[in-house]
Design a protein around this ligand. Structure first.
Ligand code: NAI
Length: 258
């Protein structure tokens, strides 16, 4: 059996991932704000350090897989702190524990929102690993109201998918034999989207932005099962990918642009 660290394990995609792993006999150390083995706030450097310390202790310093699901979609700077730095900084700090595994694997949850308009300045600050600048840029966006503030979400996800692509081939990742991938869901039926889908008017806006001709809105399990495969020893050569697991949203929106 393998040992996994799953962030966002208290709800939605993370909870589904943790449940599927436990059902098949793997050990899961969940990380979340509450209702988790490790209760920590991944939006702050202190919280991330606490998460890494506790997870390392609970896993005896050997981690076979990390699945990073924790994320928020609010039009506030914290979105970039959780969705980008709460993933990249955590993963970097878990590399020593991953290195002790025979078949280490990592997957993160991005979003089809990578295809939406972004703040190039915010994406650049993320990829420069400059959290102070990223938070400052995101605060400027938030000051311009929720529609502009929302840019923090697609920007955090586009930066995350690009980070995966850049990092995966480096000595830190490929050199240690660790596949590193992202999954980009469409509209998943979780607490994150329940309010948006609650009225026909806002649901129609969501569906216009995220067209899902194949099977419509998806379950968190549909995303979790792909995360399980990407972090299984069976995955030997898939790396650096953002896999659009989105009922065709990417195919509709990007068409031939592959
Ligand atoms: P959710 O809201 O059900 O679960 C997210 C979990 O992350 C919660 O348990 C929450 O407490 C945790 N979390 C939030 N901030 C945290 C922090 N600072 N520190 C530690 N944990 C924190 O959301 P869902 O839908 O399961 O989302 C999972 C991932 O999937 C997110 O990264 C989200 O951006 C992404 N996603 C979701 C989509 C959807 O339609 N629901 C679509 C595309 C991507």
């Amino acid at each position: 059996s393998r040992t996994y660290v799953v962030t966002g394990s208290a709800s939605g995609v993370g909870a589904s991932t943790a449940a599927l792993l436990r059902d098949r006999g793997d050990r899961v150390v969940g990380v979340d704000l509450r209702d988790a083995e490790v209760e920590a706030d991944l939006s702050t450097p202190d919280g991330r350090a606490r998460a890494v310390d506790r997870a390392t202790t609970l896993t005896d310093g050997r981690v076979d897989g990390v699945v990073a699901c924790a994320g928020i979609s609010a039009p506030v700077p914290k979105t970039v702190a959780v969705n980008f730095f709460g993933v990249t900084r955590l993963l970097a700090a878990l590399l020593p524990a991953l290195e002790r595994s025979d078949a280490p694997r990592v997957a993160v949850v991005s979003s089809m929102a990578t295809l939406q308009p972004v703040s190039d300045e915010l994406v650049a600050a993320c990829l420069a690993d400059d959290e102070d600048t990223a938070l400052r840029v995101a605060a400027t966006l938030a000051d311009q109201g929720p529609a502009v503030g929302y840019l923090s979400y697609p920007s955090s996800k586009r930066a995350l998918s690009r980070w995966v692509r850049r990092e995966c081939v480096t000595p830190a990742w490929a050199g240690r034999g660790i596949p590193l991938n992202a999954v980009a869901p469409g509209t998943v039926l979780t607490p994150m989207t329940s309010e948006l889908l609650a009225t026909p008017e806002s649901a129609a806006m969501v569906d216009a932005a995220v067209p899902m001709p194949l099977h419509g809105h998806q379950s968190p399990e549909s995303v979790a099962s792909l995360l399980l495969w990407l972090t299984d020893p069976a995955n030997t050569h898939v790396t650096g990918q953002t896999i659009y697991d989105d009922g065709g949203a990417d195919a509709v929106l990007r068409g031939d642009d592959v």
